[in-house]
Design a protein around this ligand. Sequence first.
Ligand code: FAD
Ligand code: NAP
Length: 337
Amino acid sequence: MTPQSDVSLQALNTLAVPARARYLTPANSIEDLREALAFARERALPSLILGGGSNIVLSGDFDGVVIPLQLRGITCLTEQEDWVELSVAAGENWDDFVRYSLAQGWFGLENLSAIPGNVGAAPIQNIGAYGVELSSVLTSVVGLDLETGAERRLSREDCELAYRDSIFKGALRDRFVITEVGLKLSKVANTNLSYPALAAEVDASASPQEVSAAVRAVRARKLPSPAELPNAGSFFKNPIVSSEQADTLREIHPTLPMWPHNGQYKLAAGWLVEQAGWRGRSGEGEQAGVGIFREQALVLINPGRCPGRRILQFASEIQASVHAQFSVNLDIEPRVY
Ligand code: FAD
Ligand code: NAP
């Protein structure tokens, strides 16, 4: 393992932020990973485990060791008549894995088609789309506990998966490197068309492969490809508010979309950003080169390939204006470094 020094990260983050890493050392095996972590520890430097770089904002150069995790492999642990249990290495590309599982006749991931990034990052924010979350198929996670250096298996419950959230964003943040993800997939088709935007695309009898194709088609229509227009998907999380706050908001803004969510309410962040006047708008002056995508107000775009600092200033203007108009706090979804 010979870490490279002073490396550009621009091609390694989908916002195309032109930040640099003090060191970069890819890990193709657990041994590589341990060596890279030791290299960082010996120099008292922070480390950043990198997947596809589709959910991060680099606010400046990273004065530490960036470790692209490239562990590969898909292992079938158990196969029964109706289901399979798999262990998937963290460096597998998520969407390649979705395509592979569908081709095997293993179902449950069709609504999660075309999400960028790697398998190892999927539990971090419990990826979700079109009414399905990773939590519906995840069985366990294996990884390195950075405090003890020991390999550890976490059960599904241990992962504390919630709406775009998990223990890896909380108590185990920066403390655990996911090396394998355990998933249980069904051999029986049982599609979920609960999202109107998806139901409008296919028949109720659609196969999982047809649902996957429909998800790909809608996403291609609505979302910018990071290769053409740098972005990190939804930049803001849909806020979860109390029933009381939801009642107040509903009275003042009867068209604000909201959905019941575990005794609270989930608000459409995209609607709030749009109503505050940001949809299709570009930053000016200090924030030139950054903007909000015209087709979807939740997506912040970086056509100017600007530094993360400028992105965050632009985002904070949006957060302030949404708060001023609706008294709702918008949190940034990608992890900021
Ligand atoms: P990275 O950006 O590389 O990393 C994200 C965070 O996870 C970082 O903090 C990193 O250190 C940490 N991390 C990564 N791998 C590991 C590991 N193995 N162990 C420990 N920590 C790790 N998300 C959704 O939920 N639903 C969507 O529908 C969706 N659509 C998107 C569409 C577009 C166009 C884009 C650009 C993004 C979208 N996202 C979506 C966000 C993103 O794709 C997901 O969050 C994805 O799981 C991030 O994977 P990644 O490998 O790129 O993670
Ligand atoms: P959409 O279908 O236009 O819906 C807009 C918002 O309304 C979404 O945030 C969604 O919440 C919510 N919503 C719609 N119907 C709902 C229902 N029946 N019940 C509960 N909530 C409902 O969204 P879109 O932008 O085209 O994205 C489609 C899907 O892909 C969404 O699930 C979205 O989360 C996911 N996606 C995520 C990212 C990301 O980076 N996180 C990026 C692109 C797309 P949810 O977000 O909770 O689903």
